[in-house]
Design a protein around this ligand. Structure first.
Ligand SMILES: *Cc1c(COP(=O)(O)O)cnc(C)c1O
Length: 341
């Protein structure tokens, strides 16, 4: 039986091997490992691709943390987000003393239900943090109208959605992560654009915020050995950047391949009774970080796939408000769709 990988990282590498190997050698020869050389080159290339400022950092979790550190928020301030996401989205809020406030997700698109956000706003709400789960944008146009109306920050967790585009009603198209005040991305190996280790990036169109973010990601530094704020050490290193720079050249092709695979799945799975294929929103493209199907017979179905040599994973087996570490937030079981698990 042919082995299929959940994410064939090595197979993809082989298609770019010469270029990636050469780029890594170049970094070693140059000894420009940190905040120089390829690290800066890649930031520039991604910045051109996204048409916004890009600041590299160590991983997607740090991208989120640094984004919230860059805002003028106080402990206890509330951030509205989704309970159905990777843990990092909520973890950084808790670490910074901010209060995550969960709003339910759309049961077929898996992203925050924008029609339920306004009811969750209080005088302490300072930001909305939608997650573009599985590679499809949340309803950013509605969310943007809410952040404008209530004067809130819009921070996008775009860790699963590099390459995804949001389409406004007037036809304007913007990359996921570039609609709000700050966008956060991860280059975890299995993400849409994956490094060979940890790496991340923060996007912002605001020059002032970009300068603050750069400073925070580099120990709060203003000029050499002058510190203007408390920061962290979170840097995208040149070896990872060199790999990402090569892969970015082929990125649109890689995304098209994901979309073709998804189309094939759609064609062959849409008629299967008891299976729900991923719903598409008219306002977003989909880059299929995951192709996520729903069925009431999940365990049975997963066993069947396993027997055929087809890997699958459950994303995510439990919603965050039910995780032990987040019980202190006081959420009860039956309030979200995603509460079954
Ligand atoms: C991967 C991911 C993160 C965290 O990224 P890391 O690079 O693993 O730290 C945050 N949010 C979401 C939605 C993710 O998928």
């Amino acid at each position: 039986m042919e082995t299929i990988h959940m994410s064939d990282i090595y197979g993809q590498y082989l298609t770019m091997k010469e270029e990636i190997d050469a780029a890594m050698q170049e970094v070693i020869k140059s000894t420009q490992f940190i905040k120089s050389g390829k690290a800066l080159d890649f930031e520039k290339k991604l910045s051109a691709y996204l048409s916004t400022n890009v600041i590299g950092c160590a991983n997607g979790t740090d991208a989120l943390q640094i984004a919230f550190m860059a805002l003028d928020l106080q402990p206890g301030d509330e951030v509205i987000t989704s309970p159905f996401t990777f843990i990092a989205t909520v973890e950084v809020l808790a670490l910074l003393g901010l209060k995550p406030v969960f709003v339910d997700v759309c049961p077929n698109k898996f992203n925050i239900d924008s029609s339920k956000i306004e009811a969750a706003i209080t005088s302490k709400t300072k930001a909305i943090l939608p997650v573009h789960l599985f590679g499809q944008c949340a309803d950013l146009e509605t969310i943007l109208s809410i952040t404008k109306k209530y004067d809130l920050y819009l921070i996008e967790d775009a860790c699963q959605a590099l390459g995804t585009e949001f389409i406004f009603k007037d036809g304007t198209v913007k990359h996921a992560g570039t609609v709000g005040d700050i966008g956060c991305n991860s280059f975890f190996p299995s993400k849409n654009l994956g490094a060979f280790g940890d790496a991340g990036a923060i996007y912002t169109g605001d020059e002032n915020l970009a300068a603050i973010i750069r400073s925070i990601a580099n120990h709060g530094m203003k000029a050499k050995y002058q510190y203007e704020r408390i920061g962290v050490n979170s840097r995208l290193d040149s070896l990872q950047a060199a790999i990402l720079e090569v892969k970015l050249k082929y990125f649109d092709k890689h995304i098209a391949a994901r979309q073709n695979a998804a189309k094939y799945y759609d064609e062959h799975l849409s008629e299967v009774a008891g299976l729900q294929i991923p719903a598409r929103a008219g306002y977003s493209t989909h880059t299929f970080h995951q192709y996520t199907i729903k069925t009431d017979r999940r365990n049975e179905f997963q066993k069947y796939l396993g027997e055929k040599g087809i890997p699958s994973m459950v994303y995510y087996p439990g919603a965050i408000h039910l995780q032990e570490a987040y019980k202190f937030l006081g959420y009860k079981k039956a309030i979200f769709h995603m509460l079954k698990g």
